[in-house]
Design a protein. Structure first.
Length: 152
């Protein structure tokens, strides 16, 4: 009986562990310039740091343009909610939707109008982050761009 109980407990822990695993986006990422496709203004570098607490995600991003100037962005989001962003950025509100464990879609709004979309995917092995942007971008570029980041 003890053996059976032990096996059931072990199985429960084994199958429940993935449910409590950290989100694959959490951590530090570095822009892979060679793999990225820019709209019209190439970037020369960039970093993203994601954190999460109680379902609220925070993104701190720094991008360096061809002119050597760095632009920073701080954003917060949670699944299914519209979150206000700091004034002065490319958007003043973000609506996030979790598609699956590795995929999220975002709608960027400014003064109530949609100004951009973001589709973000973490690879199955957790080593690559691909961010496809349309509309408003921190880089100041116009058009579509795909930024590829490597986990640090």
């Amino acid at each position: 009986m003890k053996r059976l109980l032990s096996l059931i407990l072990l199985a429960a822990v084994f199958f429940a562990a993935p449910a409590f695993a950290a989100d694959p986006i959490v951590g530090s990422w570095t822009l892979n310039v060679a793999k990225s496709k820019f709209a019209d203004k190439a970037l020369t570098g960039g970093t993203r740091v994601y954190t999460e607490a109680n379902g609220l995600y925070t993104l701190d991003q720094k991008l360096t343009g061809a002119d050597g100037k760095e632009k920073s962005n701080h954003a917060q989001y949670r699944d299914g909610k519209e979150e206000k962003q700091a004034p002065g950025g490319t958007s003043d509100a973000t609506v996030a939707k979790k598609i699956d464990a590795n995929t999220w879609d975002f709608v960027l709004k400014k003064a109530g109008k949609v100004v951009g979309h973001v589709h973000r995917v973490v690879s199955a092995d957790g080593k690559t982050l691909t961010v496809h942007n349309t509309g408003a971008k921190l880089s100041g570029a116009e058009g579509d761009e795909t930024l590829v980041f490597d986990r640090q």
